[in-house]
Design a protein around this ligand. Structure first.
Ligand SMILES: [Zn+2]
Ligand SMILES: [Zn+2]
Length: 279
């Protein structure tokens, strides 16, 4: 995780052959700095995948993509929402996919699925490479049955624990409509809601959970961890690791599984994606 929280989100998903940025919601300067801490130069990125168009997921991309022509993978509505706002309208390297589709970026298979959130067409991801799987759900009001099914095969899960319900209710800075939005079915997962998802998945293949997108005012890493650990305790999975990603610095590297390090023969299907000219 390059950084995660209510004011900016970005993660690096990598194999020996492939480097994908998931969202670019830190300043371009911070993205470059934190990528370099991971030993990755921006020119080495195989693409940026977007979950949705909210500022805390895209704000560094305008500058990053102007300097480095990184392909942006997203669905059509997300691309249109960005371009309507005058963002990335000079960018020509788009790879547009349909929500629900599955495709490959070098040796990583990317499964996409819709999530309920107040954006134009927000999505979550399940990544598979070798024998490893990574689920990635941030920014969702609740976890649908389909989301849970998509995550059953993964060993590592990145999941939003946005707020503690009590802290949000007692917060004096946010007006009532904002609190309602956050708590709604198209808002954000509370610690308790995320814990329910973790508990359900803890009977399966999962080995490591990374909590992210914590609200600065309405959550603490301790509260998020306590909720997640209580859920895990119910299933008796003492081996299940839990970490919290922070806003201010990169997390440790989470090793999901081994992939083959020998040279990879890409079978990349360019025709799968619509490019900018068809947008
Ligand atoms: Zn967000
Ligand atoms: Zn959002």
């Amino acid at each position: 995780m390059l950084g995660s929280g209510s004011s900016g989100n970005s993660a690096l998903v990598a194999t020996d052959h492939c480097r994908i940025l998931v969202d670019g919601g830190l300043s371009a300067r911070q993205l470059l700095l934190r990528l370099s801490e991971c030993g990755v130069a921006p020119g080495q990125l195989d693409g940026v995948l977007l979950t949705h168009e909210h500022t805390d997921h895209i704000c560094g991309l305008e500058v990053l993509c102007r300097k480095f022509d990184v392909p942006i993978y997203c669905n059509r509505l997300t691309a249109e929402a960005l371009r309507c706002n005058g963002l990335l309208d000079q960018h020509r390297n788009w790879r547009i996919f349909a929500t629900g589709s599955e495709f490959s970026i070098v040796d990583i298979t990317v499964q996409t699925f819709p999530v309920p959130h107040d954006a134009v067409d927000p999505i979550g991801f399940a990544f598979h490479a070798g024998s490893g799987g990574l689920g990635f759900i941030t920014d969702l009001g609740y976890a649908t049955k389909m989301i849970i099914e998509r995550l059953r095969q993964v060993q590592t899960l990145v999941i939003e624990t946005n707020h503690d319900e009590k802290l949000l209710q007692n917060d004096t800075h946010r007006p009532w409509p904002v609190k309602q939005r956050i708590q709604s079915r198209h808002g954000h997962l509370s610690n308790a809601a995320a814990a329910t998802v973790i508990e359900e998945l803890s009977f399966g293949t999962i080995r490591c959970v990374v909590l992210g997108h914590l609200s600065r005012d309405c959550n603490t890493p301790e509260l998020a961890l306590t909720a997640a650990r209580a859920a895990i305790a119910k299933s008796g999975r003492v081996d299940l690791e839990v970490h919290v990603a922070t806003q201010s610095k990169i997390s440790p590297c989470f090793r999901i599984s081994e992939t083959k390090s020998e040279p990879f023969q890409p079978t990349f299907e360019n025709t799968f994606f619509q490019t900018a000219s068809t947008l």
